[in-house]
Design a protein around this ligand. Structure first.
Ligand SMILES: [Zn+2]
Length: 237
């Protein structure tokens, strides 16, 4: 089944994707905050969050041959694991949370992608890591692109446009000109990188809700400045 489902439970609103229904997951909203964990039957200590730094480092936390306890919090913007019972969490307020599942190999990943991470190719790096470390086949990899700021609201300056222009041949597919202004389409840039990495387009599901437009549902840094962040997570077992 395609599309997304917005659910509300005891004052906690969250979004789920039928395409990822084989694993516990949710994209959070501003309603209920970390209550999202309890709403889905998780204990707070099951959550692994990252110190997100807008880089492109991918942390691999493999069940075998890796420490039981990670230096906390790990400094990176993507994490991949085959461990059961660990909820990989991403916190956002305009950037895109991406949840990735390969049920065949029993692997999940969570990625934080803003313009800097995408400029550095974080999606390709995350997919390559899943392939190289866990032997995933891209045809088995399902991806959910969560809610972030849309091209309707994400004006960027010429320095950002210039950076993409110099290093991404396809930048015109995700940077739109309207008069003298430029708008960056983070969800499209995310999807393009996934397809370039070999993920079949039909395995990628978007949640086309703009965090800046939808004040009723989301925190937005661009709209509100320093604000809360919504928590999204994915977990095996
Ligand atoms: Zn918008």
């Amino acid at each position: 089944m395609k599309g997304f489902e917005l659910k509300e439970q005891n004052g906690v609103a969250f979004i789920q994707l039928p395409t990822l229904s084989g694993v516990r997951h949710a994209f959070g909203t501003r309603k209920g905050g970390e209550g999202i964990l309890a709403a889905l039957g998780l204990e707070p200590q099951q959550l692994l969050t990252l110190r997100q730094v807008h880089g492109a480092e991918v942390l691999v936390w493999k069940g075998k041959n890796s420490p039981e306890v990670l230096p906390y919090p790990p400094i990176c913007d993507a994490v991949v694991t085959d461990r059961k019972g660990v909820a990989l969490g991403i916190q956002t307020a305009d950037c895109i949370p991406i949840l990735i599942v390969d049920e065949t190999k029993g692997v999940i990943a969570a990625v934080h992608a803003g313009w800097r991470g995408l400029w550095r190719g974080i999606m390709q790096r995350a997919i390559r890591t899943i392939q190289d470390t866990f032997g995933s086949t891209t045809a088995d990899v399902m991806v959910g692109i969560g809610p972030g700021i849309g091209p309707c609201c994400y004006e960027v300056q010429e320095d950002v446009v210039g950076l993409f222009q110099r290093s991404h041949d396809d930048y015109q597919l995700f940077i739109q000109k309207k008069g003298r202004r430029s708008y960056l389409d983070l969800p499209s840039a995310t999807r393009l990188q996934l397809v370039k990495a070999g993920i079949p387009p039909e395995n990628i599901e978007d949640i086309p809700l703009c965090t800046a437009c939808r004040e009723d549902l989301f925190f937005s840094y661009r709209r509100d400045g320093n604000t809360g962040r919504q928590l999204s997570f994915v977990m095996l077992g």
